[in-house]
Write a protein that binds this ligand. Sequence first.
Ligand SMILES: C[S@@+](CC[C@H](N)C(=O)[O-])C[C@H]1O[C@@H](n2cnc3c(N)ncnc32)[C@H](O)[C@@H]1O
Length: 304
Amino acid sequence: MQEILPLLTKKLEQCKAGEFISFEVLDPDLADAYTGKHIELESISYVYRGYKAWVDLAELLFCKMMTPEKSTYPFVRLRFKKLHTKNSFHLDTQSPKEEKYGLGSAFSQVNKMEEPAFLHYYTQALNNAKLTQRTAILNLGINTGDEFEVIKKSVSAQIFKNIKFVGVDYSQTAIAYARDRFPDDNVTLHAHDINDLEALNVGRFDLLISIGTLQSSSINFKPFFMSLVQNYLQKDAAIILGFPNSRWIDSEMIYGAKAPNYVMSEMSLLFDDVIFCKKYLQQHKFRVTITGKQYLFLTATKIV
Ligand SMILES: C[S@@+](CC[C@H](N)C(=O)[O-])C[C@H]1O[C@@H](n2cnc3c(N)ncnc32)[C@H](O)[C@@H]1O
């Protein structure tokens, strides 16, 4: 791999976005082994590498891995398509800030709930937060309501009806869409800046959910988070926070946090914010877990 990585990097430097590079590798279906193991086939030695390693490599090289093709035994041909790295909503500086994530935006093409590593850790967090025992849920940065939709699908109609749901987002178009999606009497959706949450008089909640929102440049993360815990939670409340550890580039979710001052992904800010919340919540008698992959999930439940 130490030879392959620079070799493919160099090949890709000579390609335009949208172009392919291709190469042959030992068919991963021919063995069950840890990546890197030497496999003997008809007296010839090969290095085994699984598809997970190749998909990982494609992602690290900002490529999409295409469907492998059978080649002459024992090889398959892999093709990597170079991504348009400029094709990303993270780089959108044109739209007004309220509509950067609105209905017509590049962000609206993303469906996180179809990404297994997102859905898995989100539903795990909901279970750990004892979703079915909750009576009032606040979601900040609700966008079109995907996070409520997962809740609706995972509990009975009766349990759903008995929970008060409040969602807030300053994108008018996303909230209009969410209102069509949830005509239910127990769901209230506000098109409003969460910096001015006080004006909405929403009350207190026993579950707070906020995913990919509180670290936004429009929000002063740490004081805002502390005020949420103090002013919007009931005494036995739970919290689920989702922190992006990935970037959405040309239809792919690429691992690694976006950092303001680096071209590469860099996680200092992410860890700083996550650990700040963890320590603050522990001081306030919450049990805190941190899980996830391309999104880190902080789940906190009150120690009673
Ligand atoms: C990255 S999106 C995440 C949306 C959704 N939670 C998800 O994970 O798919 C951030 C959302 O927060 C909203 N947002 C950011 N800053 C806000 C603010 N100050 N007030 C209200 N909404 C805000 C954006 O409009 C956007 O819908």
